[in-house]
Design a protein around this ligand. Sequence first.
Ligand SMILES: N[C@@H](CCC(=O)N[C@@H](CS)C(=O)NCC(=O)O)C(=O)O
Length: 228
Amino acid sequence: MKLHWSPRSPFVRKVMIVLQEKGMLDQVACVRSTVAFAAMPNRELQRDNPLGKLPTLVLDDHRTLFDSRVICEYLDTLGSGPRLLPDSGEARFSQLRWQALGDGLTDVLLLWRTELTRPTGVLEILPLSFESKVRATMALLEREAGQLDSAGFGLGHIGIVCALGQLDFRFLENQWREAFPQLAKWHERVSARESIRATVPQDDPSPGVVGENFDPKKPIIDFLTAQP
Ligand SMILES: N[C@@H](CCC(=O)N[C@@H](CS)C(=O)NCC(=O)O)C(=O)O
């Protein structure tokens, strides 16, 4: 199988964690594909995924799979190791809901960074709206940290780990660990897993696409101020 991959992408990271958890790393060739939301799509990637998004998985019979949710669920049906998405019941919907929360948080963080590159300046309401969503999601995760801890490790945990990883990677000087101590404890415990330690996002020199090497203003969320 071929995976359109980037070491910077939180959504690709989900797939890499699943591959490692399922003992399937050696079954996938990772190909560095560059993308930028505020640029024309990567043509080569677009041949496999018309949306031009990472991650995209090309199967050995040339069928293609996207997005990260579909790829992760597919890989979970293969490989060894415990299921990351239970087949049915409460446990399944807890994992799917946490995955939606984690992925949604990542979407906001990616959009926020993109917005900061707009040459004409940021649309005024957006940082306020983004910040409100991030704060509210983090507050919910803080309340659910105990449940995250007691549930079997699954796709929901992976989505949340990747969102928190993106916060650490791109949102500087934020103090989320102080503001959300239970979530921070859970994150520290779960980060002991090899699959999570081995996939911490990294910048790399990449071939680049137009608009990719932007230098956005540094987004800062002051989590320690009173919530609006
Ligand atoms: N819902 C998608 C989101 C994927 C996504 O937004 N990927 C980013 C990279 S982290 C991307 O490809 N951005 C380029 C674009 O949106 O054009 C998933 O779960 O895979």
